[in-house]
Design a protein around this ligand. Structure first.
Ligand SMILES: *[C@@H]1O[C@H](CO)[C@@H](O)[C@H](O)[C@H]1NC(C)=O
Ligand SMILES: *[C@@H]1O[C@H](CO)[C@@H](O)[C@H](O)[C@H]1NC(C)=O
Ligand SMILES: *[C@@H]1O[C@H](CO)[C@@H](O)[C@H](O)[C@H]1NC(C)=O
Ligand SMILES: *[C@@H]1O[C@H](CO)[C@@H](O)[C@H](O)[C@H]1NC(C)=O
Ligand SMILES: *[C@@H]1O[C@H](CO)[C@@H](O)[C@H](O)[C@H]1NC(C)=O
Ligand SMILES: *[C@@H]1O[C@H](CO)[C@@H](O)[C@H](O)[C@H]1NC(C)=O
Ligand SMILES: *[C@@H]1O[C@H](CO)[C@@H](O)[C@H](O)[C@H]1NC(C)=O
Length: 458
């Protein structure tokens, strides 16, 4: 395994040091994040309605009864928000005093690590990386797959452990790359498949970093977990929203895609654009307003990125899609369907209706099965560093969302198990998790993923 790593390192030793993400040059307004507690349904409505008061704000976390909402607001609007909260007797405090200084701090940290040459590889998990760096690394990884192949338990004949599949193009023409990691031969494998996607919300950098860490561990460190690739095949798409991710190089807190419609506002929330209960939650969990951060798009799968994921899953109907996991941040939640309703899915039977064999597979699925599996996985995660996660259906443990990939993956019948993981932290840094916390976050998350692989019903 050491050799596989150093081969990749050797090829890419020089590519990173010079690259530094640009910061906006103009002096930005001071931004704060306010944490407000919704103690009653009317508090929830009051907080939600802030958005309609013509106040420029950004919900880092939406309001939910008996829970807090995290609201980013600039100095010009802070007074107005605070006075509305106070007038309504909604308790609140400052969660992040100065967002821009935290962004600057994260950028300083990135540059410092880069300048110290601490990272020898194309990418590593001591720092955050740009899209081109991740893409180059993925391509190299795949080129090296015949070498990795040898180390992955002396693979059989034509098999190759890592292959990169280009599954589509983004609005701005970037390639969506899935790393397939399998010890089987091509499409003929019949193992359960785990599909991991990440970074549909561009600013959630820890999601991409964790996904690439898992690819690396599966590809280059298999002796540490020799059973995993015997049990399942992995398909990992570390950046679903490459345009948005690239844009965060200059606009750190960008969330949506970068597609343009008739509105002057740019971007769609890909995680409200999937075609299951699209715009149809019991309580609105997306927005029809193109300027909203949760804009669901003009139609289900209107976005090239979400359509590419759908087409990839549906056109590979011979793959035993079994577990779907999507990485987000932040909050430390390990959630399953539904997002659109608080009613729990019961006794759902996964039907692989696209299969050329026309087979159906009955698994002990439904909410109880998903919850049980996520509890076991979350316990393995906690065992690593003590990080606690909440498990349960997303509308119950977090808030209403509709048109999510999580609901679609399960609701469409393609995946009997579907999860959204909100990675670290619980609010000290929110989206701006320092680079020094990448490794522990990725390591503990990998424990959860291995546990899924070991416990998924077959
Ligand atoms: C990929 O490999 C090439 C050489 O084949 C190297 O020049 C480049 O730096 C590598 N890129 C990354 C990101 O590892
Ligand atoms: C304000 O909220 C507190 C608890 O959050 C409650 O004890 C108090 O009665 C409320 N006051 C008003 C005027 O609603
Ligand atoms: C395959 O395994 C054998 C015996 O363990 C070893 O000698 C050989 O080097 C391995 N091949 C590769 C490519 O790792
Ligand atoms: C299956 O094989 C086809 C043809 O070789 C390839 O295009 C496709 O990407 C493969 N799918 C998966 C999921 O490996
Ligand atoms: C899917 O996996 C099950 C066992 O998990 C296996 O019985 C079945 O043959 C597989 N189907 C395909 C098409 O590989
Ligand atoms: C390989 O995995 C083991 C066990 O999880 C871990 O301790 C080790 O650091 C990993 N090695 C690399 C190079 O990542
Ligand atoms: C791959 O996984 C299969 C299925 O569990 C296992 O039997 C096999 O030994 C593994 N290794 C290779 C090289 O196929």
């Amino acid at each position: 395994m050491v050799m596989a790593r150093s081969l990749i390192l050797g090829l890419s030793a020089l590519c990173i040091v010079s690259s530094v993400w640009a910061l906006p040059t103009s002096t930005p307004e001071k931004l704060q994040v306010i944490r407000a507690f919704a103690a009653s349904p009317s508090d929830v409505s009051t907080i939600r309605a802030l958005e309609k008061e013509n106040i420029k704000l950004d919900f880092w976390k939406d309001p939910r009864l008996n829970d807090h909402a995290d609201i980013m607001v600039d100095s010009l609007n802070l007074k107005k928000v605070v006075s509305i909260l106070d007038k309504n007797n909604i308790s609140h405090h400052t969660m992040i005093e100065d967002v821009n200084s935290l962004i600057a701090e994260q950028e300083r940290e990135r540059q410092e690590i880069a300048a110290n040459g601490a990272q020898a590889a194309g990418i590593d998990w001591d720092n955050y990386y740009q899209l081109a760096e991740i893409e180059g690394w993925l391509d190299n990884l795949s080129r090296e797959s015949s070498a990795i192949e040898g180390w992955l338990d002396n693979l059989s004949r034509e098999s190759s452990a890592v292959s990169i599949q280009n599954i589509g193009t983004s609005y701005e023409g970037r390639t969506l790359k899935v790393a397939k990691i399998s010890n089987g031969s091509g499409n003929s494998t019949n193992k359960p498949a785990i599909l991991i996607t990440a970074t549909i919300h561009a600013r959630e950098w820890i999601a991409a970093a964790t996904a690439t860490y898992i690819i690396d561990q599966l590809a280059s460190n298999s002796s540490a977990h020799p059973d995993i690739l015997d049990l399942v095949d992995f398909y990992i798409l570390p950046v679903i929203n490459p345009d948005g991710y690239a844009y965060t190089a200059s606009s750190r807190l960008w969330r949506k895609s970068r597609s343009r419609g008739s509105s002057s506002c740019i971007g769609t929330d890909g995680n409200r654009n999937f075609g299951y209960k699209w715009g149809d939650g019991d309580v609105p969990g997306s927005s029809g307003d193109p300027c909203s951060e949760t804009y669901r798009g003009s139609a289900p799968f209107s976005e090239r990125e979400t359509a590419a994921v759908r087409d990839y899953i549906e056109s590979n109907s011979n793959v035993n899609w079994t577990v779907y996991v999507t990485f987000h941040s932040y909050g430390q939640y390990f959630m399953s369907p539904w997002g659109y309703t608080r009613t729990l899915p019961t006794g759902y039977q996964a039907m692989y209706f696209m299969s050329p064999w026309g087979y159906t597979r009955t698994l002990p699925t439904g909410y109880q099965a998903m919850k049980q599996l996520s509890d076991v996985a979350a316990a393995a995660l906690t065992a690593k560093y003590g990080t606690r996660y909440s498990t349960g259906s997303s509308a119950n443990v977090l808030y209403y969302t509709d048109g999510t990939d999580q609901d679609w993956a399960f609701g469409s019948g393609h995946f009997p198990f579907s999860y959204t993981m909100e990675l670290r932290d619980t609010g000290s840094y929110g989206f701006l998790l320092p680079a020094r916390l990448i490794k522990p976050t990725a390591e503990e998350t990998f424990e959860a993923i291995k546990t899924l692989a070991r416990n998924v019903p077959k």
